[in-house]
Design a protein around this ligand. Sequence first.
Ligand code: ATP
Length: 371
Amino acid sequence: DIGDSVDAGKGTIRMENIRKTFDNGEIVACADINLEINPTDFVVLLGPSGCGKTTTLRCLSGLDVPDSGHIYIGDEEMTYEKPKDRDLAFVFQSIALFPHMSVRKNIAFGLDMTTDMSKDEKNERVREVAEMLGIESMLDRSPDELSGGQQQRVSLGRAMVMEPAAFLLDEPFSALDAKLRDQMRVEVKQLQRELETAMIFVTHDQEEAMTLGDKIVVMDDARIQQIGSPYEIYNEPTNQFVASFIGSPSTNMLPVEVVSTGEGYDVVGDFFRFPLSDEQVDRYQGGEQGNVQLGVRPEYLQLDADEKLFDADVSVIEPHGARDAVHLTADDYDLTAVTPQEKIPGGTESVSVDFEIDQIWLFDGDGQRLL
Ligand code: ATP
């Protein structure tokens, strides 16, 4: 495999079969992590709390040493190298600026520690970075004279002056209020394009992941579940976890069986039955199966439909602007539809529902996709 990496760009980062456990193997934090990050990728590690995102990033940075597996940065194996020798810059959730130093000193800190650059060169680099971040006028202030967003820019600046092969960011905006967080996301995305340097960004917030990532790595239970573009993980989830975790409101899941009709297959639920389309039958080679989960996104539930699959009771309508989320109950199952307002029947408590059959997913007992 080292042969492959000779062709890789200088900054290409590869994690191969990384496994990391804690407490004598009792806690598996990461397993089978295989990830390739190109020099200009914006990669987001996304998953619920405790799924192993931070540990993956810490293994990459050298703050944790994996139990097994290999990490390459460019052509060099880095698995056991010290953090400072990896040419990676870490930006943490807690901002951790030095309160007694000026913003200028804070930004220059890494340069002062590790390089023998002239004072003028350092000043110039700090000025350039501060200009990119829009904080040039604040260089002589102390950190406590800055807002939270400005402080987070300073910590980004501290990473940027080092001109690393990649930036590692662990929930850097979680302490900021919602509006500032939105603004910082846009800024960081633009910054990443200007810098043309890889960023690996950890978050549990799928909206943040979707806005930032060109490549999203969805993790659960210490493992990578899917790697794909925002479009792919939303529209082509490879398993039930990804289908449920990505998207808000969540994908509706209903237990069904797949039953052969001789010519094709029917999907049979507790209160509906419909045939798979010809195209789906061509793709579906599974045969009859019980214990299958049907997944359908809220936007693919049609209300007040001409062809109805079943009736449901409307429980709550959540206004969202142009489209509303309509919570429904059918035969003891809770479902959610997201629908244009004109499709919401006024004054009625019961509504006819249809699925867009081409948009359904079927997951087998292990949560793997069948269609
Ligand atoms: P969060 O979003 O909550 O930060 P995460 O996805 O980043 O979660 P990790 O912090 O990587 O998850 O943790 C993965 C698992 O490893 C968790 O079960 C966690 O409790 C455990 N873990 C992490 N660090 C240690 C440690 N130093 N000692 C023991 N267990 C740890």
